[in-house]
Design a protein around this ligand. Structure first.
Ligand code: CUA
Length: 337
């Protein structure tokens, strides 16, 4: 519909909605700017002083006028508010089923990590017609991921996972920018999003990934870091069982309820004593400085992949005697969530 030179193309489902609101705001601003400027000029001429002895008339307030110029702007800003928040909430809430891709910003490059294991730098391949969620974080300072053609833009913040999503509608190559000054080579922190037909995308996906999936890399790292000595799949470890844990809520020692999401897993690796699950000791060492942001993503994906794994029954032999359901007279095992 619109074709304004120098205006970015529209290549996502959100683009037309953002543009409609944007053009509405521009039109509104133009209308009122012209109206006010026009009236100033007109009144300046119309009510100019005509003789040196002329004295201005006293002006009294007009209730009707006051109400009118309060009510009309109020109605206009409420339209902007409701419209703006509906677009904002649509952008801020990703659909339930998305293709997830991790993004790590770093001075001065963009690293993309697909769940199947493909890694890319300053290039992002995505399929057309799918809801894609980018889970972003930064290794150093605040960056900002901006794809004008998709009308998406989000601050990429160290220590946090910020998600944005899009649904690309047209295959093609689109600019990707860092939109937050992040140091000397900020202007060079650019790249391309390559939107492909689903079949091409599948072919592209199967072309690489010698390292295996993100979750399997996480599993290996989990063993290399000896996490599995305490986080065992049965209840005999000194740390919480991770099977079936992701997405659930747990109670902490402080009595808080937290949802086990990406941010909680990340925090529990870097700052284990921040939110200890009730019933456990603060014995886990920090892994701050020992794992990179990308390795954290692998571990997070591994914990996520365990969400569907059932807890393994305890291997320890059950003392004979009491029937199932009765209290067993053995040393108490740690209380668990
Ligand atoms: Cu990264 Cu600017």
């Amino acid at each position: 519909m619109w074709s304004v030179p120098l205006f970015p193309v529209r290549a996502s489902t959100m683009a037309a909605r953002v543009d409609a609101l944007y053009f509405f705001l521009v039109a509104l601003s133009v209308f009122f700017s012209l109206l006010i400027a026009g009236l100033i000029v007109y009144y300046a001429v119309r009510f100019r002083r005509r003789s040196p002895s002329e004295v201005g008339q006293k002006v009294h307030g007009g209730m009707l006028l006051e109400i009118t110029w309060t009510a009309i702007p109020l109605a206009i800003v409420m339209v902007i508010f409701v419209w703006g928040s509906s677009v904002y909430f649509a952008m801020a809430s990703p659909p339930a089923e998305t293709l997830n891709i991790y993004v790590v910003g770093k001075q001065w490059m963009w690293k993309f990590q697909h769940l199947d294991g493909q890694r890319e730098i300053n290039e992002l391949h995505v399929p057309v017609g799918r809801d894609v969620k980018l889970i972003t974080t930064s290794e150093d300072v605040i960056h900002d991921l901006f794809v004008p053609a998709f009308r998406i833009k989000a601050d990429v913040i160290p220590g946090r996972y910020v998600s944005i999503w899009f649904h690309a509608t047209t295959p093609g190559r689109y600019h990707l920018f860092c939109a937050e000054y992040c140091g000397t080579r900020h202007s060079g922190m650019i790249g391309e999003v390559i939107v492909m037909e689903p079949s091409e995308y599948q072919a592209w996906l199967s072309g690489g990934a010698p390292e295996g999936s993100l979750a399997s890399a996480g599993e290996k790292l989990f063993a290399d870091l000896a996490c599995n000595t305490c986080h065992r799949p049965d209840s005999q470890g000194r740390g919480p069982v991770l099977n079936g844990l992701f997405g659930k809520t747990v109670t902490t020692q402080a009595g808080e309820t937290v949802t086990v999401d990406e941010a909680y897993v990340r925090e529990s690796i870097l700052n284990p004593s921040a939110k200890i699950a009730a019933g456990y000791q603060p014995i886990m060492p920090t892994f701050q400085g020992l794992v990179t942001e990308e390795q954290l993503l692998q571990l997070v994906e591994y914990v996520k992949s365990l969400a569907t794994e059932p807890e393994v029954p305890t291997a320890r032999p059950v003392p004979s005697g009491p029937a199932p359901g009765e209290t067993t007279p053995v040393a108490p095992t740690p209380a668990r969530q």
